[in-house]
Design a protein around this ligand. Structure first.
Ligand SMILES: Cc1ncc(COP(=O)(O)O)c(C=O)c1O
Length: 508
């Protein structure tokens, strides 16, 4: 049998023609499904040699994540850009790697003993990795996090058995209420506990030195020229860069930071300037102190990205590349594009840039992937009733009908103007509405409906809203009982917006 999906094997039962599939070349252990999904006609090829491949536990699936070429979002760059997409890890983030490493090192050093409690301050991803390891290895987990983190992240940690304590964001790191201080205090109070301290625990960067770096080197056959990576604890960028620079010191390492973090200024000047620090919305990277995991000598450049630009770019990644990543992946690409626009760093045709994407977009569905959230923060333009009307190609006068007209006349108008909704107006203004769906329902109880007067069959008038009402609000007014909304423009003319207008506007 060819394992590339060519001719099929003899039947293992008869040694020749298969009685189930009916032909001498028609058996792959009797299953028509295995034939259909053979590598030749399927993009997700089955295990070629059909050898038993069972992982001993979930931790064995960490690492060996794919490197995926970006095809659209970086098309204006002269070189190849590939993403190390680490949401393929079982905890959906790159932090699984260092979480397990921190536990392994603590076990080896006798700092974590059977039945012990793992304590950590984590924005979620490290916690997920630690919780998975704790499940497999039989430890308890207590995590402290900030009220800035998405609720989904906290709920996910609870789902895998962790206890989560949410602390305020806007306090100094050494404030007793900060999530750093609370973790430190718990580690002192709880017997047989181990505070991982991902910031200063060098097992963090060691994990990336031992896995992320070598994987990238191998996957690029040593041709990588640039590494681009968001930086928080510094473990990912430092550990990966340390390995890659050992292999080839010419590789350029660009760390991506966020406005509101002090890391960039520290990198440029060596000064820990608290004036740089202000609250930011981006999650997972940037810091208000310099963790011990940094070795700035392996980093060539730091670039800051705004909350808005990172969020918009993450959404583009999902739409353009089908890579549904977290906030920091958007910031990573935004940072790369900013740097590439600087002559000093000009990329060349033969360069091979690797960007690290830390986590999955599912943790941000209520945030950057939610239009309302984006609009409230000014990251997305708020579209209004007025925008929909202004965007129409032809300025059409609102089609209306009077209560004394017949259904047949209304149907003629619908056909003529290709519309489904007609407001009913008399001398006093809006008195009702006619809709195609409403008429359709009434046809069954009154087959002679076409001769009925509009006033006998009309529905309640469409709601009237302010001309600047946001689309999000219109969406709540349009439902199965009410297919449209009306509003008056500055000159006093009525316009109509239907559910199709709203759907179209939301899709743009
Ligand atoms: C989503 C996300 N992006 C980026 C980072 C930054 O990685 P590191 O802490 O290794 O610098 C983190 C770290 O928690 C993260 O969770």
């Amino acid at each position: 049998m060819s394992d590339e999906g060519g001719s099929l094997s003899a039947c293992p039962t008869t040694g020749g023609a298969c009685p189930t599939t009916g032909g001498s070349n028609g058996c792959l252990s009797h299953s028509p499904l295995t034939t259909r999904y053979s590598p030749r006609n399927c993009t997700f090829a089955p295990n070629k040699n059909y050898a038993m491949d069972i992982k001993n536990n979930i931790l064995e699936t960490i690492g060996n994540t794919p490197l995926i070429k970006l095809n659209k979002i970086t098309r204006n760059l002269p070189c190849t850009v590939a993403a190390k997409v680490d949401y393929f890890n079982p905890g959906n983030s790159i932090k699984d790697r260092m979480a397990v490493k921190m536990i392994e090192v603590a076990e080896k050093e006798g700092k974590l003993k059977p039945g012990g409690t793992i304590i950590e301050c984590t924005s979620g991803n490290t916690g997920m990795g630690l919780a998975l390891a704790a499940c497999v290895k039989g430890y308890k987990c207590i995590f402290t996090t900030t009220d800035k983190q998405s609720k989904e992240k906290v709920d996910i940690l609870k789902a895998v058995g962790a206890e989560v304590i949410v602390c305020p964001t806007n306090v100094e790191p050494d404030d007793p209420c900060s999530y750093y201080s609370v973790a430190r205090r718990l580690a002192k109070e709880i017997p047989n506990s181990f505070h991982c301290n991902q910031y200063d625990n060098l097992a963090n960067r060691l994990a990336h030195y031992e896995t992320t770096g070598p994987e990238i080197w191998k996957q690029t056959e040593g041709k990588i020229t640039h590494l681009v990576c968001t930086a928080g604890t510094g473990g990912t960028v430092t550990g990966t860069a340390m390995y890659l620079k050992e292999k080839n010191p010419a590789i350029q390492v660009w760390a991506i930071d966020v406005y509101g973090s002090l890391l960039t200024k520290y990198f440029r000047t060596g000064e820990v300037d608290m004036n740089e620090v202000h609250p930011y919305i981006s999650e997972g990277f940037g810091e208000d102190f310099v963790p011990d995991n940094y070795n700035m000598s392996v980093i060539d450049h730091f670039e800051q990205v705004t909350d808005k630009d990172g969020a918009i770019m993450a959404r583009r990644l999902a739409k353009d590349e089908g890579i549904f990543c977290g906030y920091s992946a958007g910031s990573c690409i935004q940072g790369l594009l900013q740097i590439a626009g600087n002559e000093k760093f000009a990329l060349k045709k033969d360069d091979l840039v690797v960007c690290i994407f830390h986590d999955h977009g599912s943790r941000y569905v209520a945030k950057i992937y939610n239009d309302q959230w984006m609009m409230e923060r000014g990251f997305m333009d708020v579209k209004t009733f007025k925008d929909i009307v202004s965007g129409r190609a032809a300025k059409q006068k609102l089609v209306t009908i009077e209560p004394g007209h017949t259904v047949a006349e209304a149907v003629d108008m619908m056909r003529k103007y290709d519309i489904e909704h007609i407001p009913v107006i008399n001398g006093n203004g809006l008195v009702g509405a006619i809709s195609e769906s409403g008429l359709f329902q009434k046809v069954f109880s009154d087959p002679d409906i076409k001769n009925a007067k509009i006033e006998a069959v009309m529905e309640p008038a469409f709601p009237v809203v302010d001309y600047n009402t946001p689309i999000e609000k219109l969406r709540t007014l349009i439902n199965k009982d009410n297919g449209a909304v009306l509003s008056k423009d500055e000159a006093g003319n009525y316009h109509i917006v239907t559910k199709y207008d709203v759907i179209q506007a939301l899709g743009n």
